[in-house]
Design a protein. Structure first.
Length: 188
């Protein structure tokens, strides 16, 4: 079941106590770095937020990664995925913005190699994740909005995880009312 076309959504993938531990770590003990756009630093939409990296290029760069591994393992096991490496792991924190342009954020993929996205929602929020039917084909073929077909929307809810083939184009909607915090791992 390596790269199914199915999108998996599980609530309470980890128990409530562990969910609170992750919230506590990310909201109270994490050093966040400002980024101009949460989907792509070259994006002209400029949807600013904050990020914190746990794993980059298969190397652990934050000790917080160790606190998150049980959630990653539980998520991968739930769908029978046997990962060998974590390509990257990071967290994004978005705050509500007073935007005139409420259009959806620019779709992206996290990596151009085959991978599984494990997207964990740290808190209840608005700002859905949108996953498209369209899949990455080549670095030279980035689809336009009018070429994309929506496959599924996932509402952020504390303890919820969504897993999907990383070659599906996807994006987030900018939160309007609540802080939106996610943990995003790419498994290979």
């Amino acid at each position: 079941m390596m790269y199914s076309d199915k999108i998996f959504v599980f609530d309470d993938i980890i128990d409530k106590e562990y969910q609170k531990k992750i919230q506590q770590i990310l909201f109270n003990k994490t050093q966040w770095q400002f980024i101009a756009d949460v989907t792509n630093p070259h994006n002209t939409q400029q949807r600013p937020g904050f990020s914190h990296h746990f794993v980059q290029n298969k190397n652990e760069v934050s000790k917080i990664n160790q606190d998150l591994l049980p959630m990653i393992i539980a998520s991968a096991r739930k769908i029978g995925f046997k990962h060998t490496d974590i390509l990257q792991g990071r967290s994004f924190l978005q705050v509500p913005l007073n935007l005139k342009d409420r259009s959806i954020d620019v779709p992206h993929i996290d990596a151009d190699i085959p991978h599984l996205v494990v997207l964990y929602y740290v808190n209840d929020s608005d700002g859905e994740t949108v996953i498209y039917e369209n899949k990455f084909q080549s670095i030279d073929k980035v689809p336009r909005f009018n070429e994309l077909t929506e496959k599924q929307r996932v509402q952020p809810k504390a303890g919820r995880v969504v897993l999907f083939d990383g070659h599906f184009w996807h994006t987030s909607c900018q939160p309007e009312h609540n802080v939106r915090c996610i943990v995003n791992y790419n498994l290979i």
